[in-house]
Design a protein around this ligand. Structure first.
Ligand code: JAH
Length: 272
């Protein structure tokens, strides 16, 4: 919707004869709209001071397969490339004192702006322990976005003016402090990419469907061959071939496990 509005504004300018460059941008944006929104593809931009942290992961099997198949487009950008001055300084000591360094606003803001302009602007996310906690519902929401721009903080964090100016969605993957947002960004990418249509085989995507309700329980225990290992046997019900009974047993196991290990998952909706 927003993208269409933007396209038509640029169209008006073009009709008013502002320049042929605007027309070229409309065509470019239109082609990106088609690519990422209509064809269900996903573009992910990662903004970081340590792009090499991402490179091993991006070349990894599942993601690499999706990239090779043209379903996902992952681009890693070095924030330092937008630093100016002979020292290319990206961080500085915090005003008011205290330990560590803070990311300066100029290279970060200019990097975000430049990257956002490469295609229709994406959902802009800052990975930070100050963010709202990521869960599967949020992952599903992000997977529908078409484009994500993930900003990875480092040191003591980013200058607050970056946040006030660009208003990213601040997300946390859990209550612990990492060395920086890169690992958290990889967690987001890993969780999101497997939901993009075509990334997983049919088998697994069907499995995902059956668990993508509001009610999320822990998985039931799984067994495979051999039937007996070091004197430990597989529960009898799984060997009966009685599928309604198996389904019942598994549902009970899921509920018991969830109650024992993750009662917090049952708090909403368990009252009926
Ligand atoms: C640590 C900047 N909740 C995950 C998470 C995300 C980011 C960071 N830590 C944890 C972090 C240091 C500097 C970001």
């Amino acid at each position: 919707m927003i993208l269409n509005a933007k396209c038509s504004i640029q169209n008006d300018k073009c009709a008013a004869g502002i320049s042929i460059v605007h027309f070229a941008f409309v065509i470019l944006h239109l082609s990106f709209c088609i690519k990422y929104f209509l064809l269900n593809l996903m573009r992910i931009d990662v903004l970081t001071l340590f792009p090499e942290i991402l490179s091993g992961y991006v070349g990894q099997s599942l993601l690499k397969r999706a990239v090779d198949a043209g379903i996902v487009d992952v681009r890693v950008h070095n924030i330092r490339d937008w630093a100016t001055g002979k020292h290319k300084q990206v961080d500085d000591r915090p005003f008011g004192g205290g330990p560590g360094m803070v990311l300066r606003p100029e290279p970060v803001v200019e990097c975000v702006e430049a990257v956002q302009q490469q295609a229709p602007p994406g959902r802009f996310v800052l990975l930070t322990p100050q963010g709202r906690r990521l869960d599967q519902a949020k992952v599903e929401e992000l997977a529908t976005c078409g484009r994500l721009v993930l900003l990875c903080g480092r040191y003591e964090g980013v200058d607050q003016r970056v946040i006030d100016l660009l208003q990213p969605e601040e997300l946390s993957i859990g209550d612990y402090i990492l060395g920086g947002g890169e690992v958290a960004a990889m967690v987001v990418i890993d969780a999101v990419v497997r939901l993009v249509p075509g990334v997983l085989g049919d088998e697994e995507s069907n499995r995902q469907d059956s668990f993508s309700g509001e009610r999320r329980l822990l998985e039931f225990p799984q067994y495979t061959r051999p039937r007996e290992y070091r004197g430990m046997t597989v529960p009898d019900v799984l060997m009966t071939g009685n599928h309604p009974e198996i389904a019942k047993w598994r549902a009970e196991q899921s509920l018991t496990r969830t109650r024992e290990r993750r009662a917090d998952l049952l708090e909403s909706g368990e009252g009926e």
